[in-house]
Design a binder for this molecule. Structure first.
Ligand code: CU
Length: 634
């Protein structure tokens, strides 16, 4: 018995020292105030239509750390659109950030956009500024299974205002799946404008070769799709089939009405790994690679950053074959393509028309790129590693076989802010069934509270007349079922069934009271180390900005909480928690201090919907949302 106690104490002490060391390492990197990053001349450059596609510039971690200095900038283009971007001091725009599992991603960012009036006060615990203005920004590391704490992947309380500099130190977990992730600003009410302005970039967790050997040595492309306002803001739809938004591919515009595609050069019959991120704010993509009109086979190796079929404990992925990839806003797909042979006359990467529902956007068919046979060798192009390391344990292993500890039902809904006025803005909601729908406010209490270690099955319904795109921060989910898709003529997507995603589309309801709501059932994995408050939301950012987001709190398991208290006590004893000038990492990192509830009468959004609508007015067209009374009477 004694030896067991000694062993347990040693393990506890070892774990505590490890946690403290990890925390101290984090604090040391952010301990001294980050140096301001000066603005860069001529920021946010864009390419000409029909340009040849090149990869975004790329930065790679060394010795376990990738440090980047970002100047957040804005400029207007000749069409009057407001552009946003992250510029490095040496002029790289939105570089791709390559890290490895276990690495630290250190970003010093200065908000060099003009100041704007205060919009609301953010209740403590604050991270950065305490007031949100019309030009606030922050960073979200989409899809990464990192911590939702201050200086890492917190988006609820992290606010960086004009002229302010902020230091991120995001620690990637050692068991992070290798694949494509991305970064973007995530200030509620302004996310759509920032992302459509172009402030998005790719993150690659390297090592895909270890789990998907078929990609070894292949030339690889990082393809970042963005959307933006159509020049002149014509009314979407109509006889000319005007898109709600224009697209660009690696900043090469594909603009209405001519849709001149970008150009991808390949050798004939060449195999390449394409890593495509849909970083559109609102536009859903339905990708096909067509040779003389025929859809080509795509060998999918990863979805949303997770190698397909890789989380079952074998640490080997399984390639899935498809001709069509539905890519929700924020989703990623990585697949092997075979270039056209010389006999192909017309090779194109296209996005097909997407049926978004009667209240949805207009996402018409259009080309993204034509494939041109190039005579030059691509030996100098970036390639994946020829020799892979041994595969490592994966973040979501064992989830499929786990017994759920809870089941929840949530639903997307929309209502007019003034039900008597069909032209009033729409409020958007994501609600736990039975709760009162509320538009998002950073000062809202959590809508769901769970405990670290739990595994939950969530069914997410769509009770509105347009599609919504479910996303949760910090974790991926296992797709278990796609239900009632047939009521509006859509089909479950076999290529995402049983895969691990951080994005999934829920088709629209048809409004027929006799019909069930379309839904998805997904398995949530809260077994990991990430505790605290984070968000889930629709990733059509126009919807998220107008309320369709809520907070989940993951409380530490009792063992983790005990360990945390022990660590704090130990830290106090040795003075390891010296004042560093940096705010505490999170409410939980300061000893489980209760998260303060929203203060009565605090300045800010007394009517959040009104204030948010002021920030981001909704086009009041085709709004046929039912009232919540009507919805709940069903
Ligand atoms: Cu939505």
């Amino acid at each position: 018995m004694k030896s067991n106690k000694v062993t347990l104490s040693a393990v506890l002490l070892g774990a505590t020292v490890a946690m403290t060391t990890a925390h101290a390492g984090n604090s040391d990197r952010i301990g001294s105030p980050p140096q301001p990053v000066p603005p860069v001349a001529n920021p946010c450059p864009r390419l000409a239509a029909s340009s040849v596609v090149e990869d975004p510039p790329a930065l790679f971690s060394r010795g376990g750390v990738l440090t980047a200095n970002f100047s957040y900038e804005t400029i207007r283009d000749e069409a009057g659109r407001t552009l946003f971007c992250f510029m490095t001091p040496d002029g790289l725009e939105n570089p791709t950030l390559h890290v490895r599992p276990g690495d630290h991603l250190v970003i010093n960012v200065t908000n060099n956009t003009p100041s704007a009036p205060v919009e609301m006060e953010i209740n403590p615990p604050n991270c950065g500024a305490t007031e949100m203005t019309g030009s606030s920004m922050n960073l979200h590391f989409h899809g990464t299974n990192t911590s939702p704490t201050c200086h890492q992947d917190d988006v609820i309380h992290t606010t960086i205002n004009s002229g302010q500099t902020f230091g991120y130190d995001v620690q990637f977990p050692w068991n992070e799946p290798p694949g494509l992730y991305w970064y973007h600003p995530h200030i509620h009410g302004m996310a759509e404008a920032a992302v459509q302005g172009g402030a998005t970039g790719a993150i690659v967790v390297d090592g895909l070769e270890a789990l998907q050997p078929a990609v070894r040595g292949l030339p690889q492309r990082v393809l970042v799709v963005r959307d933006q306002n159509v020049a002149g803001n014509p009314t979407p739809g109509g006889p000319d089939n005007v898109p709600s938004w224009d697209l660009s591919l690696n900043f090469i515009p594909i603009s209405y009405p001519h849709y001149s595609p970008a150009v991808i050069e390949m050798l004939p019959d060449e195999k390449q790994l394409w890593r495509i991120a849909n970083t559109c704010a609102d536009t859903i993509l339905h990708l096909q690679l067509q040779y003389d009109g025929e859809p080509q086979d795509l060998e999918v190796v990863a979805l949303d950053g997770v190698p397909t079929g890789s989380q079952d404990g074998t640490r080997r992925g399984r390639i899935t074959q498809t001709t069509d990839i539905l890519l929700a806003p924020a989703a990623r797909a990585e697949f092997i393509v075979t270039g056209p042979s010389r006999s192909v006359r017309n090779a194109a990467l296209v996005t097909l028309a997407v049926d978004t529902g009667p209240d949805g956007d207009n996402d018409p068919k259009r080309p993204l790129a034509t494939i041109r046979i190039a005579g030059r060798s691509r030996n100098e192009e970036p390639r994946t590693a020829e020799v892979a390391e041994a595969p490592w344990p994966q973040r979501f292993e064992g989830l499929r076989a786990a017994t759920p500890t809870a089941e929840r039902r949530l639903y997307f809904s929309e209502v007019l802010s003034d039900p008597s006025n069909p032209l009033s803005p729409t409020n958007f909601f994501i609600t736990v069934d039975g709760a009162t729908p509320e538009v998002f406010n950073a000062n809202n209490p959590p809508a769901i509270v769970t405990t670290q270690g739990s595994v939950e099955d969530w069914t997410i319904e769509n009770r509105s007349l347009e599609v919504h795109e479910f996303h949760i921060h910090q974790i991926h989910f296992l797709v278990r079922s796609q239900n009632n898709f047939e009521i509006n003529g859509s089909q479950p997507d076999p290529s995402v069934q049983d895969q691990y995603l951080d994005m999934i589309q829920v088709p629209y309801w048809d409004g027929n009271p006799d019909h069930p709501y379309p839904s998805v059932t997904v398995r949530m994995d809260f077994r990991g180390p990430d505790i605290g408050d984070f968000v889930y939301h629709c990733h059509i950012l126009g919807h998220e900005d107008n309320g369709m987001m809520a907070i989940i709190r993951v409380e530490p398991s009792s063992a983790a909480a005990a360990l945390e208290r022990f660590r704090i006590a130990l830290g106090s004893l040795f003075g390891w928690f010296r004042a560093s000038g940096a705010p505490p990492s999170s409410a939980w990192c300061v000893g489980g201090r209760p998260f303060p509830r929203a203060r009565e009468g605090s300045k800010g959004y007394s009517n959040a919907a009104t204030a948010i609508a002021r920030l981001n007015p909704v086009t009041a067209s085709a709004q046929r949302g039912l009232t919540h009374t009507e919805l709940s009477e069903r």
